[in-house]
Design a protein around this ligand. Structure first.
Ligand code: UD2
Ligand code: MN
Length: 555
């Protein structure tokens, strides 16, 4: 018995090693294919050495850090003990890769993630001025600086009144001592102002502190780890100008917390569940009817909270934020319910794009370690949700005697503004939400499947071929088999003996995509230190699905 086990074990090891070697050989070969194709989102190492040298040369001339179309894998490389330290402490303190962020520097190019109809939009010449409010607590310095600088570089100076930073009593030395100096280096017109809280207030009170100090006609709230994208402000300003009781919300693109790769987000809108957690919903059927409707706006029952534009007077009149809310959480739903119930609206403006670093955990606590989301949610449920508050409390098992402070002032505000009851909001703004114990009243619309909007455009196939590695009979194919007639999204690509097979036939489109089996596009998956091709649903936003010929391939 023992002998058999050992034999089996040896075979196992042998098979594993052979598979491993084959994998490595194949990977190396796939890399060399990049002489024929390279994705703009690719981080192929063999190419980036020259790209780097060129970018550094340009950067030198411009006195800027290197500017890359998208993130380079070397940015994540750990070259010495200091790099290792920056990376490790970065993850602890910020829950993202601070080493990559440092290496990107103060500014970089971003892929333009807007739908093509956006560049055809017309915007009136508005005289409105804008105050940006950005509060932060222990933010990573380079990430904060790049957030500010992206606004300075991508916003018309005529519209930009000021950027108000509210330091929420940060503890890190570089933020306390070095920050002013660093900002001065690129804030040539002196538009950035820094307010320091004397104690920790949390993001909600900090934003109000900033807003009360603002002079601009329109306020734009932003998180401190963002990068604004091409022409981000004008669509928001137009929205707020046309409807001054509407909150204008951009599409929040995704900056990967590990690689800082910038990726477009699909069109979705804000909802919530009965735990009063914000969630993303697909757009209701009928929202997208033709190409033009990609420019929006789309009404949204709630907003994520971090990024939006609002008329300053409206913000004040509608009651700013609830100053009794602490640190983090709930203020976005409170603001959403309040605005809708009291006669305003929330609209997503998809031609405005802002990237935000989404992280897997929050790297800070409240000063007393308490759950501020619970306290804040109880406050908003008490003021805005009428009898529906019970559903929340049951759902979250909140004790009836839970102390959430005094909400008298907020209730008075609701009286003063003569706001609709919560049942009105559910019926007219969010009929899609299922209410426990109530049968659906039939008014809700079906939701669109997430990626459908992108599939409306008829793509033109301009060529089709197999992609064969020179001097071999190996071709690029999708790995694995289909299940229920579908490839798994994220399936990797492999070299397999060439054969006439759907998994190996690539259709080149007029938008520089490589489509396999009609629905799937070759996509550059970016991971730390390594990138590889996978297939993803075609999103038609270029970037990581854009493949260009760099050299004439021999057929
Ligand atoms: C999301 C929102 C965030 C806020 C939150 C709910 C987006 C992109 N982000 O969480 O803006 O609405 O939901 O409350 O929609 N901060 C302080 N003081 C504090 C804590 C945080 O100034 O005590 C700053 C922080 O540095 C950051 C901002 O507030 O700039 C938001 O905090 P976050 O990034 O941790 O929240 P996030 O994005 O997880
Ligand atoms: Mn954030």
């Amino acid at each position: 018995m023992k002998l058999i086990m050992n034999k089996a074990f040896c075979w196992g090891v042998l098979i594993a090693s052979v598979t491993w070697i084959i994998t490595i050989v194949l990977y190396t070969k796939i890399s060399s294919l990049s002489t024929i194709f390279s994705a703009s989102g690719s981080t192929d190492r063999s190419h980036s050495a020259t790209t780097n040298a060129r970018a550094e040369k340009i950067a030198d001339d411009m006195h800027l850090n290197p500017v890359f179309p998208t993130i380079q894998s070397e940015f994540g490389l750990i070259r010495n003990a200091e790099d290792q330290y920056i990376r490790d402490t970065g993850y602890k303190q910020h829950a993202f890769n601070a080493l990559v962020s440092n290496n990107i520097g103060l500014f970089r190019k971003l892929p333009d993630t807007r739908h093509k109809v956006c560049s055809k939009q017309e915007y009136p010449d508005l005289s409105a001025t804008v105050s940006i409010i950005m509060c932060f607590y222990n933010e990573h310095q380079m990430t904060l600086l790049r957030s500010i600088n992206s606004v300075l570089k991508r916003t018309s100076p005529n519209s930009l009144q000021e950027i108000i930073l509210v330091d929420d009593f940060s503890e890190y030395d570089d933020l306390i001592e070095g920050l002013d100096q660093e900002i001065k280096k690129f804030d040539v017109e002196g538009k950035v102002r820094l307010i320091r809280n004397q104690k920790r207030e949390g993001l909600i009170r900090s934003r109000v502190i900033g807003a009360r100090d603002a002079k601009g006609d329109v306020l734009v709230f932003l998180d401190s780890h963002i990068e604004v994208n091409t022409d981000w402000l004008r669509p928001l300003l137009k929205m707020v100008h046309n409807e001054n009781s509407t909150l204008a919300v951009p599409v929040i693109d995704i900056i990967n917390a590990d690689t800082f790769a910038y990726k477009n987000s699909p069109l979705v809108r804000g909802g919530f569940n009965w735990g009063l957690h914000f969630k993303w919903d697909n757009l209701p059927e009928g929202t997208i009817t033709d190409e033009a409707s990609f420019a929006g706006p789309f009404i949204s029952p709630t907003m994520a909270g971090g990024l939006f534009a609002v008329n300053r007077n409206y913000f004040k009149g509608i009651g700013e934020y609830d100053m009794g809310m602490d640190i983090w959480g709930g203020e976005n739903l409170e603001m959403s319910f309040r605005v809708w119930q009291c006669g305003g609206a929330i609209k997503i403006v998809p031609c405005s794009r802002i990237g935000h670093v989404f992280r897997k955990r929050r790297p800070y606590n409240s000063p007393d370690g308490s759950d501020t989301m619970l306290r804040n949610s109880m406050r908003l449920a008490t003021v805005w949700m009428d009898e529906y508050k019970d559903i929340y409390m049951k759902h979250q098992k909140v004790n009836a005697d839970f102390d959430f402070g005094d909400v008298t002032e907020r209730k008075e505000l609701r009286e003063k503004l003569k706001c609709h009851p919560f049942s009105w909001y559910l019926k007219h703004v969010y009929p899609e939400l299922e209410v426990p114990g109530e049968t659906n009243n039939g008014t809700s619309k079906k939701l669109l499947p997430l990626f459908q909007p992108w599939n409306l455009r008829k793509r033109k196939y301009i060529n089709n071929y197999q992609i064969r590695l020179s001097n071999t009979t190996l071709c690029i194919a999708v790995q694995g088999a289909k299940s229920k007639g579908q490839w798994k999204r994220g399936s990797t690509l492999l070299l397999k003996p060439c054969q006439k097979d759907k998994s190996q036939l690539w259709y080149e489109t007029d938008k520089a995509e490589l489509v396999v089996d009609k629905l799937y596009c070759m996509e550059a998956k970016q991971a730390t230190g390594l990138s590889y091709p996978i297939i993803g649903k075609c999103h038609e936003m270029l970037g990581d699905q854009e493949w260009r010929h760099t050299k004439k391939s021999e057929s």
